[in-house]
Structures are given as C-alpha cells and as structure tokens.
Design a protein around this ligand. Structure first.
Ligand code: SAM
Ligand code: SF4
Length: 322
C-alpha cells in the first residue's frame, strides 16, 4: 500500500496484550489496571485482521505487547502467523524474562528475529528500572538465542541514568553476533518527562571505543534504526533517534493495539476500531481490508514529539506495543 505521502506501508506491529510482568518506568505506571479479557482481541480475531492486512500488502509482522509471552499460547499464534500465505517475516519484541523456554518452539516456527529489551547490565539498576530482579534470566535468554541461531537485537532505551551503561551494552555486540540498538526515550505513555540522552551523544561515547564506526550501507530490519559497523564488532550498533532525527519520511508501518485499535501514527490517538468490525456479525466481506486501507490513508506526514502539546495519544506503550 502507498500512503498519501508516497510511503510504502508493508509492516504491522501487533500488541497482543497490554499486560506485563515488568513495570519499566518509561513505559507503564505501576498501578495500571489491565484492559480485561474481553477487551483484548482473541487469536482468532487477530488472525482475521492479519489476513486482511496481508490482502492489502502487509507482509511483515512484529508481535509485541505488553509482554507478549505473558499471554498464553503466544508461540502457537506466532507459528500460525508464520505459516499464513503471503507472510514474509514475523518477529517478536520481548523483555526476555520468559523467553528461554520458548526458544525451541520459536526456532521451530522459523521466527525471523527476536528483539530483547535491556537497559542496564547492573543488577540493581535493572531492578529499579523494570521493577523486577530479572537481569540474569534476560542475559541467559540472549545467550540462548544465539545458540538457536535466531537473529537477535538488543533494545536499550537511552535514559540519563543509564548513560554509563551505553558502552557495556554495546560490548555485547563485541562478544556475540547480536545487534545492540539504542532508542531515544519517546514522550508517549510513561515516557513523558523521562530524562533521556540523544542518539548522537551515545554515538560520540561509542566512537571513543570504536573510532572506525561507520554507517552500514544496507538498510536493515523493518524500521527506522540507523546501523553502524566496526571491524572489532561481531554485531552492529543501531540508533533509533525518534526525537533528534525525524525519520517519518521513511515510515512503513501501522500499529494494532491490544484492544484492536488500528493506529496510523504513534503520536496521535486517531485510528480505526477494528475490534468492533471483526466482532460485528453484520460485517460485510472485505470490511477489514477497507479499514486497513483507510488506516494507511490516515497516516500523517510525521509525528509531533518536538511539540508535546500536540501529542493526542494518551495510551501506554504497553497498549500500543512500542
Ligand atoms: N515487553 C516487550 C519489550 O519490553 O520489549 C515488548 C513491548 S515494549 C512496549 C516494546 C519496546 O518499546 C521496548 O523496546 C521498550 O523499551 C520500548 N519503549 C517503551 N516505552 C518507551 C518509550 N517511552 N520510549 C522509547 N521506547 C519505549
Ligand atoms: Fe513491559 Fe516492555 Fe513496557 Fe517494560 S517496556 S513495562 S517490559 S511492555
């Protein structure tokens, strides 16, 4: 699908649950009630929406959350989606806590990649940020991903308090063939008001360790990350600079919230309620496809993070999926 600004839209991120076992302070507040069982799309409903999206030209999917692996049968859903006609790639974003046990089934399903969030290698700081003493489990899962030959990326949010973690986190790409990506904190959900640092400041730090860091020639993955390589690194270093380098001109995505709302842009609350369409007994054939196409046409030219007063999205990142 081509949107009104000439961008090709071929990627859908799906939050399959708003629930999470962590409480990352930039993502969701500690006391947030979950949406409730009935409010969240059933797998069968998600399947129908994915088929409609594929019919419109979406061929890559990201399964996210909340934490996707707190939802029962997430791996079976991923496996069915992988087998759906027209689907080119399915990847998942996870906090890694429940991942290790799931790896054999994910590898067997042919998962195309796993992104694992990790902001600090300091056990106590990790606990303070996420609300969970889970660092060793996450590190073990990262290690195991490589054993299964699954393409793995680490996502680290660039918080002011974790500035001294940038180098140790990047060093993972020296030890393992894993890409490490640094994400500027976005003013969405609990990210509003969080003190962050810019991707440029992080890059400057890393250039001191690897002066030959150079932007990679090829475009990678589904998204807006810019990757750098060094002769001394087995993986690459990526930066997602949502605030300091607007990348909306290359935006390729739609988002589906855990309660079935199709979001054309992270920044605004406008979109289309696919849940009522997928649940309506009177729905005519093709109604979901038309809604997906309409969602694409609603995409704005770009986000408005620079002017926070313009942000109309008040859902948490756990509902949106990041
Ligand atoms: N629970 C999974 C995880 O943590 O990877 C998947 C959901 S989480 C919402 C997806 C991604 O969004 C994570 O990499 C997380 O770090 C990122 N994220 C959440 N809130 C953010 C914010 N305010 N700014 C930037 N990234 C954020
Ligand atoms: Fe949970 Fe992921 Fe949000 Fe952390 S970033 S609270 S792990 S959904």
């Amino acid at each position: 699908m081509i949107d009104t600004f000439g961008r090709t839209i071929d990627y859908l991120r799906i939050s399959i649950t708003d629930r999470c076992n962590f409480r990352c302070r930039y993502c969701m507040p500690g006391d947030l009630p979950d949406a409730g069982h009935d409010a969240v799309l059933r797998y069968e409903e998600l399947g129908k929406i994915c088929r409609a999206a594929v019919a419109c030209g979406i061929d890559r999917f990201k399964i996210t959350g909340g934490e996707p692996f707190v939802r029962k049968d997430a791996v079976s859903f991923i496996s069915r989606l992988k087998k759906m006609d027209g689907v080119r790639a399915v990847t998942v974003t996870t906090n890694g806590f429940f991942l290790e046990d799931k790896l054999p089934a994910l590898a067997a399903a042919g998962i195309n990649g796993i992104n694992i969030s990790l902001d600090s290698l300091d056990r106590e700081q990790f606990r303070r940020i996420t609300g969970t003493d889970g660092l060793s489990r996450v590190l073990q899962a990262i290690h195991q991903c490589s054993q299964y030959g699954i393409r793995t990326k680490i996502n680290a949010v660039l918080l002011k308090e974790t500035a001294d973690q940038i180098l140790p986190l990047a060093e993972i790409a020296q030890k393992q063939a894993v890409d490490v990506r640094f994400i500027e904190v976005m003013p969405i959900g609990s990210g509003r008001g969080q003190a962050g640092i810019t991707a440029d400041a992080a890059l400057q730090q890393l250039r001191r360790a690897w002066p030959d860091l150079t932007v990679t020639a090829e475009r990678r993955g589904n998204g807006p990350a810019v990757y750098y390589e060094s002769r001394s690194l087995r993986g690459d270093i990526g930066f997602i600079a949502a605030n300091s380098h607007r990348f909306c001109s290359a935006c390729n995505r739609l988002r589906l919230t855990s309660t079935g709302f199709l979001k054309p842009c992270l920044c605004y609350d406008m979109g289309i309620d696919l849940k009522s369409l997928v649940r309506s007994p009177q729905a005519e054939p093709g109604v979901l496809e038309r809604a997906v196409r309409q969602g694409v046409q609603m995409k704005p030219s770009g986000h408005c993070f620079a002017d926070e007063g313009q942000i109309t999205e008040h859902k948490g990142m756990n509902q949106i999926g990041g």
